[in-house]
Write a protein that binds this ligand. Sequence first.
Ligand code: HMG
Ligand code: MG
Length: 317
Amino acid sequence: MARPALPMEQTEAGLPERVTIWEVGPRDGLQNEKTVVPVEVKAEFIRRLLAAGLPIVEATSFVHPRWVPQLADAAELMSGLGEAGRDLPVLVPNERGLDRALELGLRHVAIFGSATETFAQRNLNRDLESQFAMFEPTVRRAREAGLDVRAYVSMCFGDPWEGAVPIEQVVMVGCRLLDLGASQLSLGDTIGVGTPGHVTALVRAFAAAGVGTERLAVHFHDTYGQALANAHAALLAGVTTFDASAGGLGGCPYAESATGNLATEDLVWMLRGLGVESGVDLPALVATSVWMAEQLGRPSPSRVVQALGTRGAESGA
Ligand code: HMG
Ligand code: MG
């Protein structure tokens, strides 16, 4: 018997009609691959994700190529995408990264801060306080040039070196990043240790500090199998922007315990069941992840891709 192509719809009180999925597969997914994916495959992945209805596709990072060799082809990728790539967000840690993005006429960048001292050292090569000095001119100049700036904060729910991370510390770092001029703050569970009650508490703590859910996004990694439950908790708490990665690709090369992001397909399945619109064409997305898994030579960890993979391309549902 064929597997259902869509869930039965049953809504729940208090949910938004629509949410935005911020696709991070080409950046967060491919930054962690053991091999470097050819630039034409990356471009095709991005085009297919856009064609599947993902409204925002984070494309790559303008970081030091020695730090993340997997994305060393960022300039080649973005110039190859041409006008279609101009509004796709890219990560920039500093002014050098911003200059590289500006040279290509890009219009959307994201900085990425750390809620903990150790990860700031390991990921950005500076202490927690110094990260703000690096981001301040980066955000100011990006804004002056008319760019939109997102800010990430990593290790919001736990840190592999420091253990528990106090909620007040996450809120302090997050608010300082927003104060620099970022339009949105994405709360990263870099190593996937968070649980739903913790998500609710963190969103409430930001609200108490004057940051409403309209300025927040959530970014869950699925290391402990909590990502979808955490996304549901965030949805109930009023968050309407969700980071996810097609096929569940992902991780952070500077946090060994980080594995794949919440799979976009798993998120879309849940949203469809809840009657929350995301604009994503699930069969087209599954077909994209099946294709990408073939390029990478291993199956996708996404449960929905596994369930629908063999029929994803032809179901058209
Ligand atoms: P640094 O070595 O302290 O940099 O690295 P520096 O400013 O001292 O400069 C040293 C040299 O690097 C100079 O070259 C610079 O020009 C060059 P030299 O004069 O010696 O020839 N340089 C650059 N070159 C190209 N692009 C640049 C750049 N910056 C400096 N942007 C730096 C500091 C931040 C650059 C480095 O630590 C770095 O690149 N880190 C990136 C780490 C990273 O990408 N991690 C993964 C993304 S974060 C993540 O995945 C988490 C997230 O998903 C959310 C979550 O899950 O929590 C977002
Ligand atoms: Mg991440």
